[in-house]
Ligand binder design. Structure first.
Ligand code: DX5
Ligand code: ZN
Length: 217
């Protein structure tokens, strides 16, 4: 079986204690950083200074999910601020191939993603050129939403396409992932689970992570 990475989403953490929250999730493999611009998605989260602060506080792989229009304008800035991986939306630029190329030229892991309403075919032309494919299982913009069940079929199809290419890319899933559906998501072919509200619950990130790990056993 494939090794599964957990990527807690900092969007749901306590920003007044960012450093401590990062220490609590140190046993996870990645930290997922959700950047929203109020244009591509109807919400504004945080940007470069918060990423830079996270970078100073952790050695975790910083997996930056750019929910911003025309992300190519800012790829270098996010790379300089400490991103290890940058994921861009196919809907956000007419030049997805160039954006992916630019991320690799910056020496970072390149990810591509798409909204639940976007046909999977939209990412197919760049599949061989990415290190990560992210299936959004909610409409991006907010934490704490319900997992869209049709996402499982989309994960299966992308799993098949990646396997056909012999691609080692991570197949990541983001939105509404919880101990209830984590096993099904992995069985469908995912290798990396993003989880915000399921990790940073009222009893803390350590307990949240533990519940997810238990569900995957
Ligand atoms: C949604 C973000 C997600 C979000 C996940 O726009 O991309 O990463 O933080 O939060 P949960 O796990 O609560 O759905
Ligand atoms: Zn995200």
């Amino acid at each position: 079986p494939r090794r599964v990475h957990l990527a807690p989403s900092l969007l749901s953490c306590d920003f007044t204690r960012l450093g401590e929250e990062l220490r609590t999730i140190q046993s996870a493999d990645w930290a997922h950083v959700d950047v929203m611009d109020g244009q591509f998605v109807p919400n504004i989260s945080f940007g470069l200074p918060i990423l830079a602060a996270a970078r100073r506080a952790t050695t975790l792989f910083l997996d930056v999910h750019l929910m911003i229009d025309r992300p190519e304008r800012y790829l270098r800035d996010f790379a300089d601020a400490g991103a290890d991986g940058l994921t861009v939306h196919v809907e956000a630029t007419p030049h997805i191939h160039r954006a992916v190329q630019q991320i690799r030229e910056l020496g970072k892991k390149a990810g591509v993603t798409l909204n639940p309403g976007t046909p999977l075919e939209a990412v197919r032309p760049v599949l061989a050129d990415v290190d990560l494919v992210l299936v959004m299982s909610v409409n991006p913009g907010f934490g704490g939403q319900k997992f869209i069940p049709q996402s499982l079929d989309r994960i299966r199809t992308l799993r098949r396409w990646l396997d056909e290419l012999g691609s080692p890319a991570e197949l990541q899933v983001d939105g509404g992932v919880s101990p209830t559906n984590a096993r099904a998501v992995v069985n469908a072919g995912a290798t990396c689970l993003v989880a915000g509200s399921a990790v940073f619950g009222s009893d803390g990130a350590a307990a949240g992570l533990e519940r997810l790990r238990e569900a995957l056993k």
